[in-house]
Design a protein around this ligand. Structure first.
Ligand SMILES: [Zn+2]
Ligand SMILES: [Zn+2]
Length: 542
């Protein structure tokens, strides 16, 4: 049962079920689009699991990116199941759980590529894959119905930063055993050829660092541990020191160093407040916030609201990550503000300092060819990516009926008859807004949108039910609609409309009268301004 990541980029989560046993692969979050006002992030709708709580045996995590671990704290607040992850992934999960004060009560286990785990009727074999974070795995899951391979996020990088390529020997072995179903990463299914190796970044990074006349500030995701390693390697050659800015980046790099996944020579790392005492040309600052996240370091630099750091003439800022789709406006705004603050900004294609962590078409073909699955399910991607991936499998000779292009909520059943796609289960976006989880739904978002479009007007008046009219002057309160000092005429007209619309039948209930007054005010405002503010009226009985 796909619960997230099919038909969208983000919040990946799949449950695999046999008899009364369920294992979950990944529990990720997704960033909101710019029209989801006020939403911090989105988590999968796992309502399906709620009346199957007692069947949950384990949560298996493929790697430490937020679209795979971001919803874990929420999931583990509701469900009690052991979590399995590789060492580095576990380290990243621990940082998240500690922040939520949940670490002590969660049952965490470490697994490694090459392990064989028995969980209920399942045998789980994590195998190593290359991705933009070390210690990533795909999962081979032997079920009584057959072998299922879940690719995780992967690519076939021949020269990865950590020197550990995707385990093709293992994949060939799975292929020889016979694969019932392959669930494979579709993120780049519309990209031709092969994804460039992370190694090609070294030259681009080296050039950018060479050309930067002063400090170089590199913004990326705090979980891109491999990128941090590459920056360290290049900086070392060029005699620059490294400072890390941003809590999540500091925590993640410290943890990765302790576990041996990140190697920074002693003396190269300097604290942020020591940066000013070094010549600018000897400084690289790694920072969070390449997507324009409001609280992250880069946005604080752009708005000059960081505690200890600010942009100075001669700074070069490098955005070393792809902009998440839907987030372009925010990122462009950030870039403009950084230029305004005096920095040179290198971004997009000119940066050439980002390569995707996901396999392109030739690599996707390679995976299908080596595994020769009976059934194929494209995962991780918008519908267009899933469709492109399905076509690819078809080109390789798979029958269309053996390929399932499905979005979240469509159960897939495998038995002697083959594969059946079941009836879709309803699911929705679960918005997380501050400490509200799921309480903010589409209705609230629509209301926020209306408020954002037109602002609001509230009229408050005392109402005499016996006489059927208002008493005294109504109060008109507005925000985000008109600039009050310049709109006195309109607002006094509005006051009159309230009194007029409210007077009528004696003994009418205030609620009825309120609705009538709201309509009268709305039409006044539309007539006078062609705007539709949100109008509310409160009559208190005198
Ligand atoms: Zn990933
Ligand atoms: Zn992912």
């Amino acid at each position: 049962m796909p619960l997230g990541g099919l038909g969208e980029v983000g919040k990946n989560m799949i449950s695999i079920e046999y008899g009364r046993n369920i294992i979950i692969v990944d529990a990720g979050m997704m960033f909101p689009e710019s029209d989801m006002l006020g939403v911090d992030y989105i988590i999968p709708d796992w309502d399906y699991l709620r009346d199957r709580k007692d069947r949950l045996r384990a949560v298996l995590i493929t790697h430490g990116h937020l679209d795979h671990i971001g919803a874990l704290p929420h999931l583990l607040q509701e469900f009690d199941a052991p979590v399995y992850a590789t060492r580095l992934t576990r380290g990243l999960i621990e940082i998240k759980l500690r922040r939520e004060r949940m670490l002590e009560r969660v049952n965490l286990h470490t697994f490694a590529a090459g392990d064989v785990l028995k969980i209920g009727p399942f045998t789980i074999e994590p195998y190593h894959v290359c991705h933009s974070i070390p210690d990533s795995v795909g999962l081979a899951i032997t079920t009584p119905a057959g072998l299922i391979v879940h690719s995780g996020d992967f690519k076939f990088d021949p020269t990865p930063v950590d020197g550990w390529p995707t385990d093709e020997a293992k994949l060939a072995e799975f292929g020889n055993r016979g694969v019932l179903a392959l669930l494979s990463d579709s993120t780049n299914a519309d990209q031709p050829g092969s994804t460039p190796s992370e190694a090609v970044l070294d030259a681009a990074l080296g050039q950018i660092m060479q050309d930067a006349p002063g400090r170089l500030i590199i913004a990326t995701f705090s979980s891109l541990i491999s990128r941090v390693q590459q920056v360290v390697n290049v900086a070392q050659k060029q005699g620059r020191k490294i400072a890390i800015a941003g809590r999540s980046m500091v925590e993640n790099t410290e943890m990765a160093r302790e576990l041996g996944y990140l190697h920074i020579p002693s003396g190269m790392l300097v604290s942020l407040d020591k940066v000013d005492s070094l010549p600018p040309r000897q400084v690289v600052i790694m920072a969070t916030g390449s997507q324009g996240e409001p609280m992250a370091v880069l946005n604080r630099l752009a708005t000059d609201s960081h505690r200890s750091l600010s942009i100075q003439q001669g700074d070069t800022v490098l955005l070393s990550s792809h902009t998440i789709p839907g987030n372009e406006e925010t990122t462009n705004g950030l870039i403009n503000r950084l230029f305004q603050a005096g920095a040179d900004v290198i971004y997009g294609a000119q940066a050439q300092a980002h390569v995707s962590g996901h396999a392109s078409r030739e690599e996707l073909k390679r995976l299908i060819k080596v595994l020769r699955p009976r059934f194929f399910v494209p995962v991780h991607g918008e519908l267009r990516h899933l469709v492109a991936h399905a076509k690819l499998a078809h080109e390789l000779g798979m029958a269309k009926r053996d390929i399932a292009v499905v979005e979240n909520g469509y159960p897939l059943n495998f038995d002697e008859q083959g594969m059946q796609i079941g009836k879709r289960l309803p699911g929705e976006y679960i918005f997380v807004d501050g400490s509200l989880v799921g309480e903010v739904g589409p209705t609230v978002i629509r209301q926020r949108d209306e408020l954002a479009q037109g602002g609001f007007v509230t009229a408050v008046a005392r109402y005499d039910r016996q006489a059927g009219k208002t008493v005294g002057q109504p109060r008109i309160i507005t925000s985000g609609f008109v600039y009050t000092p310049d709109a006195q005429d309109l607002l006094s007209q509005a006051g009159k409309v309230v009194s007029t619309a409210a007077s009528g039948k004696r003994g009418s209930a205030p609620a009825e009268v309120e609705a009538k007054v709201e309509r009268a005010l709305s039409s006044l405002f539309y007539r006078e301004t062609k705007r539709k503010p949100v109008v509310t009226v409160a009559l208190t009985e005198a």
